[in-house]
Design a protein around this ligand. Structure first.
Ligand SMILES: Nc1ncnc2c1ncn2[C@@H]1O[C@H](COP(=O)(O)OP(=O)(O)O)[C@@H](O)[C@H]1O
Ligand SMILES: [Mg+2]
Length: 270
């Protein structure tokens, strides 16, 4: 297996399409024969629900137990207790208890590396590890960034905020300087795009003007589609629920763009 790429999906605003992107990007990569680990790192457990876990709060083992075991140097539960599987995709679920782990992280020496420790031990089994984060720039998101090679930032034109994005970029730069020098920004992904509206056109222009020269804006843009909510509701990927739709094609193209970019980078470095 080639090198594993760890990608955090981050934006401290809720409703920018982080969870939808984490899930459908994983499914699109899996269709390209990639082995993927999804990490639900949001106490709301939305990604776990997309994956088909109806009530994450009732799980016996979730990210909370793993984080606590790592922080107290206790043995981890057996992997089949906390890893859920569908074909090429594994998932480590989360639930509301993860917010307790976030509080415990505050008092933990070197706590920001807790998730890194877990993922380092699992990396060799996957081509991609995709981490879905909660809408905040707190200790959970910092843990995710510390463990990642790159960050993918979904931006919803309806919720565009230059200040918000600048805050996120500042945190990424701090993490790079202080904790994880290998982190880079994979790119900005425009989500929920209704390209006919002036709002979309205005927001896209602002993203380009502010960031176009320093950050890649993915060519793939995710269209706005009411079907996305339905697919999420039925715990189905867009590839299964709507194989022929534009929104599915957009996530498939995003997966290809990501894979090509890594190949180009690897070539540049060799
Ligand atoms: N392309 C899209 N078109 C329409 N609705 C979408 C799209 N992507 C996500 N949604 C819906 O928007 C809401 C927020 O998406 P979600 O992925 O949960 O964002 P986040 O994880 O950033 O909070 C959900 O109800 C989801 O079903
Ligand atoms: Mg989410």
């Amino acid at each position: 297996m080639t090198q594993t790429t760890v990608i955090t999906i981050a934006n401290q605003k809720g409703g920018t399409g982080k969870t939808t992107t984490a899930y459908n990007l994983a499914c699109a990569l899996s269709d390209e024969d990639k082995k993927v680990l999804l990490v639900d790192f949001d106490p709301q457990g939305n990604l776990s629900m997309c994956f088909g876990i109806e009530n994450p709060d009732q799980l016996k083992f979730s990210m909370f137990n793993i984080m606590n075991a790592l922080m107290s140097d206790e043995p981890l539960p057996a992997p089949d207790e906390y890893i859920h599987n569908h074909g090429n995709i594994d998932l480590i679920p989360s639930n509301i208890e993860l917010s307790v782990a976030e509080i415990n992280l505050r008092d933990e020496l070197g706590g920001e590396k807790t998730l890194t420790t877990l993922l380092e031990s699992m990396k060799q089994r996957y081509d991609y590890i995709i981490i879905d984060t909660n809408p905040s720039l707190g200790l959970l998101t910092i843990n995710a960034l510390a463990a990642s090679d790159s960050v993918l930032i979904p931006v919803n034109p309806q919720l565009w905020s230059a200040t918000g994005l600048t805050q996120l970029l500042k945190i990424i730069i701090k993490v790079k300087k202080r904790i994880n020098p290998r982190i880079s920004i994979a790119g900005i992904l425009m989500t929920m795009c209704d390209t006919r509206t002036n709002l979309y056109k205005e927001a896209y222009k602002l993203v380009q003007d502010y960031y176009g020269e320093i950050i890649r804006i993915f060519t793939s843009q995710i269209p706005l589609s009411v079907k996305v909510g339905e697919a999420n509701f039925y715990s189905q990927s867009l590839m299964t629920y709507l194989p022929k739709s534009k929104v599915t094609a957009a996530y498939q193209n995003l997966a290809k763009e990501l894979m090509q970019h890594e190949y180009a980078q690897a070539k540049n470095h060799s």
